[in-house]
Each structure stands twice: as structure tokens, then as C-alpha cells.
Design a protein around this ligand. Structure first.
Ligand code: NAD
Length: 298
């Protein structure tokens, strides 16, 4: 397939490379010239303009930071036609950015109104997953569009889940990350409480990892060094999943909580806690480093 890949940042570049490695004819573009240079150095074909990248495409993938970037690029502005207008008629648009559910639905409505098919397909797995083509994709859109997109997504990921109609890929992403944030804080609080009661890290781990406290935040991302040697705590909280990204995802969760009137007090408190964490050095540290803030708050 001829694939236009727009947004060649930390995630987009390795994803585009995996699509090319799987035999697709990939043309990339990024608004930042340095990102285009890095993509050329990595062996990708890079277009001079977004509109050139999409002109012959069968599929257009976007991997941007925000929802406004996606809808603005789809729509265009002023004298510049948008991607939806510049692309051949009736092609497939897949947005892999992590954006608000409402923005994903707006992007889908724009694409549909322009005669295209579209999916929201946010990912988890981080840069390592993008490089190794082991990302998890959470996909929203019609079932037949999902079936059409599957081979493309399989070139970049390992677990691909159709979550339902447009926007529900993003919904799955915010719900999962709200669980993750709350459980990471709860695990960190338990270790600090244990320390103050004289309970060793390994003893608490050996009990909770095999009891009802068991969760990913404990058994994979353990916030103290020792019990899980591969967790970020063993390398001074080098990410992993950085605090700034968790704060961003929780902002999207908060938006969804407000727009649906959901009683999610734990999730919203987790958002407040990670907003403070990401306002300092935590922005660039793994989100499990929240344990340091909890320990220091006396
Ligand atoms: P990034 O900032 O490194 O890359 C985004 C790129 O999009 C930038 O290079 C930017 O210049 C480009 N861009 C923006 N608007 C554009 C446009 N109109 N045309 C072409 N290029 C444009 O961000 P990232 O870390 O690659 O993350 C991308 C998305 O994936 C975000 O939504 C993020 O929340 C999500 N995500 C990131 C990670 C991670 O570990 N980095 C993990 C999961 C999900």
C-alpha cells in the first residue's frame, strides 16, 4: 500500500520505518525540518509538503501531539487545502495520536463528510514498542474499516483491539491510563506506609504480588528498587513512561469525566497529583517516581 505518514517524532519515525520494512511504500512528512532530516537519514522517503505526501496515498497515518493538530491538518486553513481535500477520493485515514475522545469524533466526522473512511487508533507501548513493532493499538471506527486497516496496524504492533465505533479507541486509552495512574499512586503509598511501619520492600512485594494488591504498577513497574530488577526505580526513574505523558493522558481523562458527568474522584485526584509531579523534574522521569514526592511530603 502507498502510505503517507505525517508526524515523524519519537513515535512516528520508528512506526513509519516498520511500515516501510513490512514492504509498504511509505512517504513521510513532518512540519519540523529536523524531524524530516532524521527520517531521511533513517532511509525513509520524505515529501517537501504534507500535501505532496498524501497526493497518491491509499492510507494516511497521523501521529501528532494534540487533537487540534489533527483536526487542523485534516481541515487545512486559509489558502492551504487540508489533508482530506488533498488526498485521493475515498481513502483511509488513521490517526494514532493520543487525543480527546471528542476530538477523535470530530476528526472522524470531518473525514466522513469529505468522503473518506477513518479510524482512531491510539497506542500504548512507548518508543520501545514503536521501535520493535510491538505496540498495542486501541481502535475506534466501523468494523469493515478496522478489517481494512488491520494489516497496516499489524506491521507496527502486536495487540490490536477493535473497541467499537469512532472515538472508542481513545476512550479505551483514557480509561486504561486512569486505572494505571491511580494504581501506581496506590502502590507507591503502600510502600511508603510500609517503610514507616518497618516493613521491608521485598516482604511487602512478596505478599502483595501474590495477593489482592497485585497489579501492573506493582509487578512490572514496581516503584522501589530491588523486587523487580527491570523497573524504572532501578535506574533512578529514567522512563519508561514519563510524568509529562501521564499528565497529558489524565487531562484527556478529566475532559471525558467532565463531559460525561462521571463520579471519578480517585481518577481526578490522580490527575491533580500527576499535574504537580509533571510541573517539576517528574515531567521527564518515569511516573513511578511519584513515590519520591509521597515520601518527601511529611
Ligand atoms: P512528538 O512530539 O515526538 O512527535 C509529534 C510530531 O508531530 C512532531 O515531530 C511534530 O512536529 C509533528 N507534527 C505536528 N503537527 C504536524 C502536522 N500538521 N504535520 C506534520 N507533522 C506534524 O510526540 P511523540 O512522543 O511521538 O507522541 C505522538 C503521540 O503519541 C502523542 O499524542 C502522544 O501522547 C502519543 N504517545 C506517545 C508515547 C511516547 O512514549 N512518546 C506513548 C504512547 C502514546
Amino acid at each position: 500500500m502507498r502510505v503517507a505518514f505525517l508526524g515523524l517524532g519519537h513515535m512516528g519515525l520508528p512506526m513509519a520505518r516498520n511500515l516501510a520494512a513490512a514492504g509498504h511504500d511509505v512517504t513521510g512528512f513532518d512540519v519540523v525540518p529536523a524531524a524530516c532530516d532524521a527520517a531521511r537519514d533513517a532511509g525513509l522517503t520524505v515529501a517537501a509538503r504534507a500535501l505532496d505526501a498524501v497526493a497518491d496515498a491509499d492510507v494516511v497515518l497521523t501521529m501528532f501531539q494534540t487533537g487540534a493538530q489533527v483536526t487542523d491538518a485534516y481541515r487545512g486553513g486559509g489558502d492551504t487545502p487540508g489533508l482530506l481535500q488533498a488526498a485521493p477520493a475515498g481513502i483511509l485515514f488513521i490517526d494514532c495520536s493520543t487525543i480527546a475522545v471528542d476530538d477523535a469524533r470530530a476528526a472522524h466526522a470531518l473525514a466522513t463528510a469529505a468522503g473518506h473512511r477513518s479510524l482512531d487508533a491510539p497506542v500504548s507501548g512507548g518508543v520501545v514498542g514503536a521501535e520493535n513493532a510491538t505496540l498495542a493499538f486501541m481502535v475506534g471506527g466501523e468494523a469493515d474499516v478496522f478489517a481494512q486497516a488491520r494489516p497496516i496496524l499489524e506491521a507496527m504492533g502486536r495487540r490490536i483491539v477493535h473497541c467499537g465505533e469512532a472515538g472508542l479507541g481513545q476512550a479505551a486509552k483514557v480509561c486504561n491510563n486512569m486505572i494505571l495512574a491511580a494504581s501506581q499512586i496506590a502502590v507507591a503509598e503502600a510502600f511508603v506506609l510500609g517503610e514507616r511501619l518497618g516493613l521491608g520492600h521485598q516482604a511487602l512485594y512478596d505478599v502483595a504480588a501474590h495477593a489482592s494488591g497485585q497489579c501492573w504498577a506493582l509487578t512490572v513497574n514496581c516503584p522501589v528498587p530491588g523486587p523487580v530488577p527491570s523497573s524504572p526505580a532501578n535506574r533512578d526513574y529514567a522512563p519508561g513512561f514519563a510524568g509529562a505523558l501521564m499528565d497529558k493522558d489524565l487531562s484527556l481523562a478529566a475532559h471525558a469525566v467532565q463531559s460525561t458527568g462521571t463520579d471519578a474522584r480517585i481518577g481526578m485526584l490522580a490527575h491533580e497529583i500527576y499535574r504537580d509531579y509533571a510541573a517539576g523534574p517528574g515531567a521527564a522521569r518515569d511516573f513511578s517516581g511519584i513515590i519520591t514526592d509521597i515520601r518527601d511530603a511529611r
